[in-house]
Design a protein around this ligand. Structure first.
Ligand code: C2E
Ligand code: MG
Ligand code: MG
Ligand code: MG
Length: 282
């Protein structure tokens, strides 16, 4: 065993797992407090219609700037929220906030803007909360029409309890919302679910999109997903478009919409609305 790295360090016994567990625990405590104090924010990443170049909608993404630790990534706090059950509170907050924000844009514009908002739903919410009630109440209190809302669900929402997923997806469709399968291709769902469930959009995971720049296999997978979606009457969104080459290639392959740092990073609400205006053609 190499001990060289230890030389000169204080001999405090602190296994990696113990400090990780401690951080996780304090993240949980502090996330609970941040939620109670309404300290989380939503960022809005534009989704671009790859044919017209206009903004089709925005994905709402949770952001947390911790008083001492600074910005904490959702990749870290969402799993903690899921394990602790805080995701139910976080999920309701995100749903309400996103609906209010977009309804507020409409009010300021004096018309219903031709843009939707995508909200991420965790599999834990699907299993443990009454999602349709959460969505309905967000729509009712904001006044936003259901067809302005896209719910992003992952394959893990289906696999645990497909019968429940079917009921929930249908309840969401009854509210006129759009259902998107997020991170498509990374989970364990079977194609039979795709056929049976009312899914409107496949969001191609960014790992395949990024992979297109390096290997032919990723290109083949993306082509296959696009043709599968087409055959099943679903629309497509590509995540993680970081270059103009990817944007033009995906457009040429028939991918309907896309998001990524090439177009814009997730933006604060005001900047997101300004971005929509700047790309508007008519
Ligand atoms: P996601 O739903 O797949 O969201 C897309 C993620 O890809 C976002 O990461 C976004 O910032 C990132 N992204 C977009 N374009 C690019 C690009 O061109 N390059 C790269 N490298 N990344 C790009 P973010 O905001 O860090 O969120 C990570 C994940 O956390 C989300 O993945 C989602 O699963 C989860 N999440 C975020 N907010 C919420 C929320 O309010 N509720 C739930 N349940 N999950 C959330
Ligand atoms: Mg998403
Ligand atoms: Mg995604
Ligand atoms: Mg993803």
């Amino acid at each position: 065993v190499k001990q060289a790295k230890q030389v000169g360090r204080p001999q405090v016994y602190e296994p990696r797992e113990a400090s990780a567990a401690r951080r996780r625990f304090s993240i949980e405590t502090e996330l609970r407090r941040a939620l109670d104090r309404d300290q989380l924010k939503l960022s809005y990443q534009p989704l671009i219609n790859l044919k017209s170049g206009e903004v089709a909608g925005f994905e709402a993404l949770a952001r947390w700037t911790h008083d001492d630790r600074g910005e904490i990534s959702p990749a870290e706090f969402i799993p903690v929220a899921e394990e602790s059950g805080l995701i139910l509170q976080l999920g309701r907050w995100a749903m309400d906030k996103a609906a209010q924000t977009v309804a507020g844009w409409d009010t300021a514009a004096g018309e219903q803007l031709p843009i939707y908002v995508g909200v991420n739903l965790s599999a834990i919410q699907l299993a443990r909360d009454n999602i349709a009630d959460v969505v309905e109440s967000a729509l009712r209190s904001s006044g936003l029409a259901g067809n302005r809302l896209t719910l992003e669900l992952t394959e893990s929402s289906i696999v645990q309890d497909p019968a429940r997923a079917m009921r929930v997806f249908e309840a969401l469709k009854a509210l006129d919302a759009t259902v998107a399968m997020d991170d498509f291709g990374t989970g364990y769902s079977s194609l039979a679910y795709l056929q049976r469930l009312p899914i409107d959009v496949l969001k191609i995971d960014k790992s395949f999109v990024t992979g297109m720049m390096r290997d032919a296999d990723s290109v083949a997978i993306v082509r296959a997903v696009l043709s599968l979606a087409d055959a099943l009457g679903m629309s497509t969104t590509a995540e993680g478009i970081e270059t103009v080459e990817l944007a033009t290639t995906l457009a040429a392959l028939g991918c309907a919409s896309g998001q990524g740092f090439y177009f814009a990073k997730p933006l604060e609400a005001d900047a997101a609305l300004a971005y929509w205006k700047s790309r508007r053609k008519a």
